[in-house]
Design a protein around this ligand. Structure first.
Ligand code: 26V
Length: 818
């Protein structure tokens, strides 16, 4: 690996060793003669943190000197996972650290595994933010990430008797060496109160008199780039009570209440909301959103004003990226600051606002779009509600000029939704006030233009772009699959692909080379061994390495169709049971692996988890079937579990009903690691097909344009007999829990089969059979596997970020000199 010249701290194994021992003694406060793996992790992390801080200071100073246009990435969620290995690899000192540890009697991998995940997000959107931060740093872009420092991250999933239970993830229990508390970087954030009119120099102004004030404190998380000194900042805000607020209470003598109130303030940043529709319209969630937005904008404007006086230059220096609608209150907040505080005038302020915001949407379901009840907004943020109304009046006037008095359309497009609960449509606000709206794959973008935001697209087609998602090869190959990483570098004769992903294509040339095949198979087998050990440790189940490891790991959701997978497994089991002994020899043995969390209030998803366990119980204890079929549910799926599972997978499933997965990024990680995909033509898979060809994967299922007709046909569709049979097995209690699974079965039969499991079943089984057949031909399988990795370059987040920088943000790299 490359090594960069460093600053004050040295990176040779001996210096690292000394620094580790110093941190053992003075930071961890343990004896340098006796410390355990966890303490070694803590000490090493502090060594790395010191090195990150050096680079980070240099980078920030460099940005300050150059004063380039910056991008601010606003996201309520980041799924960072572990930081130690990633930082060490990006710093280019993996071998030196391993040496230093080994001389102290520790093993690098064991030490790295001591770290818990930072899980400040739910799933796809949040992991995407983390991958994009890595690319922004690596590609030297002047970028800042902003988010919330939740005390409790995504819940831990515990399985008891096959049922999911949620437990709090108090991830800060043992301290967090990757953050730097900035006690002096604090901003007041205001809530509630009233709006009054004030006259200044004969002009009328609205003044917000807040009813509550809470302080936001910055916690900085340095994000190092790979092969560069650039280290950028992810700044997360924590809530603490404002002293000003307390003073009043102390003065009135209510000391006890004042202290209790302090704790109440902290609840704003205490918990991450699970991605669950039932949480829409909750006051605490709205408070979180505004708290985050207000603190971030105060920080951004302060940084701008340090150098520039005139806010009309704001768009030349600042790009604000809205990661979904969650941070969209930034729009009325910027307006409020420009109009009420800077007195710029409404038109000028609105012009600036529309030039700085861009918006990316991560969903396809119109009904999943965020809405804020007007009553709630009006009480929490009275001035923002007024501003949104003003924006909407202006919007409606503009619209009438374009479309006349088409009231149906006007009411569909309005930012304000009338109805039983009058609400703000946050996506409409974001669309109208952003210069660009991005989809996350080509197909997603088409659906946005033709369905979800059709009305908007027809009027402002120039606003619509798409940036197909990507994942970072640093984490998803270099960190998680070191053996494959070494193999790729050996065959390409360079490590440059780690920064320049297009080079991966060079592997195509060797796709039939028999010695690459042997080495490739060896690497894959070692990874399978590691995964098999993990399965045994977590579930007690021994699995055969000769079996095909077939994996589906992602959030549990009906549209992602884990149920289709399970019904397919039941079918496989049923076939084996009904087969003559002789025929069984032809069966390709499988280990089916499923993992993922269900939102706590999502009943159907929880039933799917239980069904998976019930089926596993039956199959795994059937000695008649033995190694021919096993089913494992991996509990508490998270980023670090993914790092272990993905490199060991032969086949992975991405089988959402066409038109439902905006992009999907798991598939890209599997692809990079040479795992074959069994998939529907949904989300980014459509582009994966373009890149690696249909022949290199197992495709099935209805296409997007066929879905509406199939739905219309409903119960008149002919569903294959096998499907009816497996559903009946569940219904009849073959796996127990007959009553509990009834609603799940009802959900996939007749007119209720919204996600089209029945009509896709036959073609699903066909794809599975094709996968079995290919697996028996080792050479073919290995070639397909190599071609998958070779074709994964387009799905690097480096490419996504490059596109954003050029086509959406208008920013350029700003590389810190060595
Ligand atoms: C919604 C809500 C609703 C209220 C409570 C908290 C909460 C948190 C998240 C969400 C929306 C999540 C949207 C999401 O993760 N979408 C996924 O984004 C991926 C990255 O673009 C994409 O690959 C997936 O297809 C898409 O489902």
């Amino acid at each position: 690996m490359f090594e960069l010249m460093d600053g004050f701290l040295k990176n040779d194994p001996l210096s690292l060793q000394k620094d580790i021992l110093n941190h053992v003694e003075y930071t961890v406060a343990r004896s340098r003669f006796s410390f355990d793996d966890f303490e070694a992790y803590q000490a090493l992390s502090h060594c790395i943190r010191d090195r990150l801080i050096e680079r980070w200071h240099d980078t920030q100073l460099h940005f300050k000197r150059k004063d380039p246009k910056r991008v601010y990435f606003l996201s309520l969620e980041y799924l960072m996972g572990r930081s130690l290995s990633n930082s060490i690899i990006n710093l280019g000192i993996r071998d030196q650290c391993a040496d230093a540890l080994s001389q102290l009697g520790f093993e690098f991998e064991v030490v790295a595994e001591q770290e818990g995940d930072a899980a400040l997000g739910n799933g796809g959107l949040a992991r995407l933010s983390a991958c994009q931060m890595d690319s922004l740093a690596t590609m030297d872009f002047p970028a800042w990430g902003y988010g919330l420092r939740y005390q409790y991250g995504l819940f831990r999933q515990v399985i008891l008797d096959g049922f999911q239970h949620e437990q709090p993830d108090y991830w800060l229990n043992f301290g967090n060496p990757w953050e730097i508390e900035r006690v002096h970087v604090t901003y007041p954030v205001k809530f509630y109160g009233t709006v009054e009119e004030e006259i200044l120099n004969e002009e009328k102004y609205q003044v917000w008199i807040p009813g509550e004030m809470i302080e936001a404190v910055a916690y900085d998380n340095p994000i190092p780039g790979y092969g560069t000194r650039n280290t950028i900042t992810l700044r997360l805000w924590a809530a603490k009570p404002s002293n000003q607020h307390d003073m009043e209470a102390y003065n009135t003598g209510d000391y006890i209440d004042a202290v209790v109130n302090r704790q109440r303030a902290e609840t704003i940043s205490s918990i991450l909301y699970p991605d669950d529709r039932s949480h829409q319209g909750k006051e605490l969630r709205l408070k979180q959103q505004y708290f985050f937005v207000s603190a971030s904008l105060q920080d951004i404007i302060r940084r701008f004003k340090d150098v520039h006086k005139d806010l009309s230059q704001f768009p030349d220096k600042v790009a604000l990226q809205l990661n979904d609608t969650h941070p969209a209150l930034a729009i009325p907040e910027v307006m409020r600051v420009l109009v009420d505080e800077e007195h710029l005038g409404w038109n000028k302020a609105f012009d600036i606002t529309c030039k700085i915001f861009s918006f990316t949407t991560h969903t396809v379901q119109a009904e999943a779009l965020e809405k804020i009840p007007v009553d709630l907004l009006g009480s929490l943020l009275p001035r923002h509600l007024q501003i949104i109304y003003d924006i909407n009046s202006y919007f409606m006037e503009e619209l009438k000029k374009r479309i006349g008095l088409d009231y149906n359309r006007l009411s569909r497009m309005s930012i304000v939704e009338e109805g039983a609960v009058k609400s703000i449509r946050v996506a409409n606000l974001s669309l109208f006030c952003s210069h660009t709206v991005n989809g996350v794959s080509k197909l997603h973008s088409e659906l946005l233009q033709t369905r979800v935001f059709k009305d908007f697209y027809e009027l402002w087609p120039e606003k619509f772009q798409y940036k197909t998602n990507g994942v970072t090869q640093r984490r998803w190959i270099v960190v998680s699959n070191p053996n494959l990483c070494a193999l790729i570098s050996k065959w390409l004769g360079t490590e440059s692909w780690i920064r320049d992903i297009d080079l991966l294509m060079g592997l195509r040339e060797y796709a039939t080379d028999i010695s690459l095949h042997q080495e490739w198979q060896m690497v894959r087998r070692v990874n399978k061994m590691r995964l098999a050990e993990y399965i045994e440790a977590t579930s007690g189940l021994k699995v055969s390495l000769d079996a095909m490891f077939d994996v589906q790991i992602k959030r549990i959701h009906e549209y992602k169709r884990q149920l289709l997978n399970i019904l397919g497994i039941i079918h496989r089991y049923d076939c084996i049971k009904n087969m003559a002994k002789d025929d069984r020899r032809k069966v390709v043995p499988r280990v089916c692996i499923i993992g993922g969390k269900a939102a706590p209030g999502y009943e159907m998803a929880k039933k799917i988890i239980k069904l998976c366990h019930a089926v596993a119980e039956k199959i795994n204890n059937d000695s008649d079937v033995g190694d021919l079929l096993k089913l494992v549910f991996i509990p508490d799926y998270n980023v670090s579990v993914a790092e272990l599972v993905i490199p060991g997978a032969d086949l992975s499933q991405h089988i959402s009903t066409a038109g439902h997965e905006a992009s999907g990024t798991g598939s890209m990680k599997f692809l990079m690691n040479g795992c074959l995909l069994l998939a529907t033509a949904d989300g980014s898979t459509v582009e994966i097909i373009e890149e690696i060809g249909e022949d290199n994967m197992f495709l099935f299922g209805a296409k997007v344009h066929e879905v509406p007709t199939l739905r219309e046909k409903g119960s008149t569709i002919k569903v294959p007999l096998q499907f009816a049979r497996v559903v009946r097995m569940v219904r009849d209690g073959y796996f127990g829990f007959q009553d509990y699974f009834k609603s799940l079965c009802d959900r996939v039969e007749g007119n209720n089969d919204y996600y089209l499991l029945g009509s896709d079943f036959e073609s699903y089984l066909g794809a599975q059979a094709a996968a079995d057949k290919a697996f028996t031909d080792k050479e073919k399988w290995t070639r397909m596997s190599i071609l998958s990795t070779a074709g994964s370059g387009r799905f690097s987040s480096d490419r996504t970020i490059q596109d954003y920088a050029e086509k959406t943000w208008g920013i350029e790299p700003c590389r810190c000199p060595l």
